[in-house]
Structures are given as structure tokens and as C-alpha cells.
Design a binder for this molecule. Sequence first.
Ligand SMILES: NC(=O)c1ccc[n+]([C@@H]2O[C@H](COP(=O)([O-])OP(=O)(O)OC[C@H]3O[C@@H](n4cnc5c(N)ncnc54)[C@H](O)[C@@H]3O)[C@@H](O)[C@H]2O)c1
Length: 252
Amino acid sequence: MSGRLDGKVCVVTGTGGGIGRAIAQLFAREGAEVVGCDIDELAGAETVRMVEEQGGVMVSLQPCDLTQADRCADLVKIALDRFGRIDVLCNSAAKAYFNWIEDISHAEWTRNLDEELTLVFLLTQAAWPSLRQSKGVVVNLASVTAWATFPAMAALAHSTAKAGVVAMTRHLAMEGAADGIRANSVSPGIIETSQTKAQLADQDWTGRMLERCLLKRVGQPGEIANVALFLASDESSYVNGTDIHADGGSLA
Ligand SMILES: NC(=O)c1ccc[n+]([C@@H]2O[C@H](COP(=O)([O-])OP(=O)(O)OC[C@H]3O[C@@H](n4cnc5c(N)ncnc54)[C@H](O)[C@@H]3O)[C@@H](O)[C@H]2O)c1
């Protein structure tokens, strides 16, 4: 443990998923007390087991559907009851739905916005008073699809939601500045997780997605967790209202 987050209470969402789990594990290794959550009960509990096995401190709420404001309030309460403060909020939980404009239904469009964008707003709003007290940090998971289109990906709703996450982050940085709150996002390229696993099995699709990736490979969850760690720690004290592309050079 090198202690880059020593003494910090970090709420991380979607800790049952690939990137959220890697963030929970890394933050715990760096000395954070981690408060996780996931809508997937088994996956969320498994991450707690993994963090405890490595000697870390973590509590977690699952199942927890972050599209519900009362569940966001429950999660904040758990953090405050157990650790008394929130220093870092890392919003990783999301579920995307992929369809072209002529095929997507209004219901699917709304579901995508709820499950990728509104849940970030709801939990950030619930945690905001605590972040003001601690002069805390928000780290949001956006996406390269917020910045570019990929012909192999029917990401109409997904890219719209992630562009919203980038814009929300910028706004939060402005609104939080007077209270010492920083907010930044990280935009991953294609990362090997449960969300991409099925599509990555299609080599033709993967090849098309990697056409503009300078590194010519998919990323690993730990490579995104490293960026989240920098943004969560005091090392990024002068980084605010911005987005870091962690995409192997896909946007270069
Ligand atoms: N994997 C990629 O290629 C990639 C690329 C760009 C951005 N991202 C972003 O990174 C973040 C993490 O993605 P991942 O690849 O680890 O996906 P993942 O599916 O492995 O993990 C996401 C987790 O969030 C949980 N979740 C979904 N909706 C929820 C809700 N309403 N309430 C609580 N939990 C919920 C899921 O159960 C899952 O465990 C997401 O915001 C995603 O959009 C991923």
C-alpha cells in the first residue's frame, strides 16, 4: 500500500462491474475506506470479498438501483454512518443500450438516459452536502463516445448520455469551486469488461473499433482505475472541470 488515498472515504458505484471493481480494489490498496454499491447483488458482494481478502476496508450496498433517489440517499447514509464523511465520489455505474435512430424506442432512449446520466446526477446531488464539508472530489466515468462517433457502434443514446456526463462534470466543477469541490471525468476507450465482453468476442467488430486506436489493443479495467486514482487523489489538486481520454490514442 502506498497510501495515495490515506484517510479518504471514497464512494464508488458499480463496484460489481469491471471498472468499478478495479477502482474499489485500487482505492482500497491506496488506503481509502471504500463504500461501494451495485444493482447486481452477487457481483457487488464479490467485490467486497475481494477487497477484504487483499486487506482493504470496504462496505457496500447491493442491490442498489441508483436511478432511485431514495437508494442514493441510503448509500450516502451508509457512508456517513460508517465513516462519518465522504471525500471522493466516483460514479462508474451505468448501463448502455445500443440501437440506431430508426430502431430505438422512446422507452429505450429514456432508460439509457436514466441508467447512464440521471443516476450520476441523483447520487451526486445526494452526496453534495458531504462533499462541500470535505472539499471533496467527483470523478465521473464518461466515454470516448462522448467525443467521437464509431461506425461500428449504434451509440446514439449512449453517446448522448456520456456527452451529458462530460457537460455535467464541467458544470459541477464550476458550481463546486467556491466550496473547494473539484470534478473531473475520465473517458475510456474500449475496455475489456462484462459490458463489452460479448461484442469483443466478435473479432471483426473489435478490429473496426480499434481502427483509430493508436495502441491497437483494448484496455484493461486497471488502466482506467489508475486514471481515476490520480483524479481522486491530491496529486490532481490543480486539475478541475476536465476530461482525461484513456483510450489508447483513439481520439488523437
Ligand atoms: N467497458 C468499456 O469499454 C467502457 C468504455 C467507456 C466507458 N465505460 C464506462 O465505464 C463505466 C463502467 O463500465 P464497465 O465497463 O465496468 O461496465 P460493467 O457493466 O462491467 O459495470 C457496470 C456496473 O454498474 C452496475 N449498474 C448498472 N446500472 C446500475 C444502477 N442503475 N444502479 C447501480 N448499479 C448499476 C452494473 O450492475 C455493473 O456491475 C460505465 O460508466 C461505462 O459507461 C466503459
